[in-house]
Ligand binder design. Structure first.
Ligand code: ATR
Length: 271
């Protein structure tokens, strides 16, 4: 029987997940299919239950249904519990398991390029939205020493900082002052997307082994990453996080580990 999964969202046509999963299915010769599934805003539950009735293995969930996906589940991973939101659902005998793989995807993306990355150091995070929350949670769980959080709207960062004493909020215009001690700078805002509002930093005082990670991948080389590259600073682009966060779902639904991430896959995703 063909194994079926997909991604539910509204809107959904822009999603790159079908391209990714169907590429992996084809490469591994699995008799499976991954679809883009549109759901009416008020009909998320009906959509999920009809997929269960139609023998789907599970789904990814994107905006605006991640919180509802969490609520509908019978069992939840620790990462999903912390976020109160899920991006991956697994259906098993009519029961729903919810996971959130964003933090995992973020970390694997950096570790696969720089295995010496020091997770236990100080980390600068720009932005205080959902992506920032998942990343901060993963860092704290992995023993980070300190999270220095910057957000255009300071109150939003302060709200996020309430989750753990290791998070401190600093003014947006003082980012460079914290570079000398930081092992990572992670850019999670929409700045730099489509070449708009680039964040340009001078890394003169940064640690020599700092890693800059921009989670924006349109364009792949944001202004921030270009400036890091030009200053000989290590960097990781945002496409890898998308590719890595997708892997646990694929394993749950199709029962196999996806092929290694390589240049061909990255190029296919950027077309
Ligand atoms: P996500 O869930 O993907 O993280 P989000 O919750 O919409 O997305 O958060 C977007 C982030 O980008 C926020 O931190 C936002 O800052 P505010 O809280 O001040 O809105 C940030 N952001 C968006 N446009 C920005 C800009 N032009 N300059 C600085 N920060 C910006």
């Amino acid at each position: 029987m063909k194994l079926k999964a997909g991604v539910i969202g509204n809107p959904i046509s822009h999603s790159k997940s079908p391209r990714l999963h169907n590429y992996w299915l084809k490469t591994l010769n699995i008799d499976g299919e991954y679809q883009a599934i549109y759901s009416d805003i008020h009909k998320f539950r009906e959509t999920v239950y009809s997929l269960i009735d139609n023998n789907y293995q599970g789904v990814n969930v994107t905006i605006p249904f991640k919180e509802e996906a969490y609520k509908i589940a019978n069992e939840r991973s620790l990462a999903a519990k912390f976020m109160g939101a899920a991006n991956t659902l697994v259906f098993n005998n009519g029961k729903i398991f919810a996971d959130n793989t964003d933090g995992y995807g973020f970390a694997k993306n950096i570790q696969s390029k720089y295995p010496d990355w020091n997770v236990k150091g100080d980390h600068i995070i720009l932005g205080a939205g959902g992506a920032a929350k998942a990343i901060i949670q993963w860092l704290i769980d992995s023993g980070a020493n300190r999270i220095i959080l910057f957000n255009r709207t300071r109150e939003r960062a302060e709200k996020l900082a309430e989750i753990h004493g290791k998070i401190e909020v600093q003014p947006w215009d003082q980012i460079v002052d914290f570079l000398p001690n930081a092992t990572t700078l992670v850019q999670t805002t929409s700045c730099g997307m489509n070449g708009k509002n680039d964040i340009l930093l001078n890394f003169e005082n940064a640690k020599s082994d700092i890693i800059i990670n921009d989670i924006v991948y349109t364009p792949l080389m944001t202004g921030l990453l270009k400036s890091a590259k030009n200053q000989n600073i290590r960097y990781v682009d945002g496409l890898g996080m998308l590719l890595w966060q997708a892997r646990p779902g694929f394993e749950y639904w199709f029962g196999q580990t996806p092929p290694k991430i390589n240049k061909d896959l990255r190029q296919m995703m950027l077309k």
